[in-house]
Design a binder for this molecule. Sequence first.
Ligand SMILES: N[C@@H]1[C@@H](O)[C@H](O)[C@@H](COP(=O)(O)O)O[C@@H]1O
Length: 297
Amino acid sequence: MRLTIRDNADQVAAHVADYLVARIRAFDPTPACPFVLGLPTGSSPLGVYRNLVAKFQAGEITFRNVVTFNMDEYVGLPRDHPESYHSFMWTNLFQHIDIPPAQVNILDGNADNLELECQKYEAKIQAVGGIELFLGGIGPDGHIAFNEPGSSLSSRTRAKTLAYDTILANSRFFENDINKVPKLALTVGVGTVMDAREVVIIITGAHKALALAKCIEEGVNHMWTVSAIQNHPLSMIVCDEDATLELHVKTVKYFKSIEMVHEQLIGKDRMSLGGSITSMKGLDKTKLVSGELSPIK
Ligand SMILES: N[C@@H]1[C@@H](O)[C@H](O)[C@@H](COP(=O)(O)O)O[C@@H]1O
């Protein structure tokens, strides 16, 4: 796992957007072999989405051959409610880019049969060959998607009762009235996220500092579901300085030094994969953008 630390949330957003664009371009998706991207909602990815829209408008990236799967959706909230995750995604990303609507997948929290809806979602992910990269955020209690503390680390897409803390945290989107926050949601499971070939998690703000420390300095624990990332073969957390407040100084210095060496190896320009790595024969150069020097398969 890599921990990439930036000064503030804006720099985190810029870094993650650059990274996603580099990964999609290196993948070179086609209609037959699209880039399958898992996406979150919440305030954490907002800056990333703004950057992606700007990059699309500047002609740096197209989403024509990208297929998306969102992490979660409230149950019972009308799809056109301003706080539904459908509305969030169209308002903040999809309506501004060239992704064909048929390639957007978001759980239907108003489906007649919620269990069937979840099963169909998992099947659809399988049918497109699995998720290439799952982008996520976390709650202050370390939950990923709506996998609240105590969720099985091998859980799949399902309906989940929201924890009181999450209801309270999300009441800011519902006029600070907890009675207006849905209490049930559909969510991908921890196992669904961890099955992605790559996982990238955004963690910003001092209120998430404890969760980051629990996630990377302690063991894998279902009470901090994002800690399952420790078992993932290809993952990265991008955080700001505020989120590192509970980490040991040694941990911060360690991950910063790793990044420095990596930058020296590949150069600042992630798309320029020549130069210093020409001697690394047998390594898949496209994987260098993700920081892993994987052997060519
Ligand atoms: N289900 C979502 C999560 O996917 C998200 O990561 C979390 C944090 O949101 P924010 O980024 O606004 O802190 O909120 C909700 O609980």
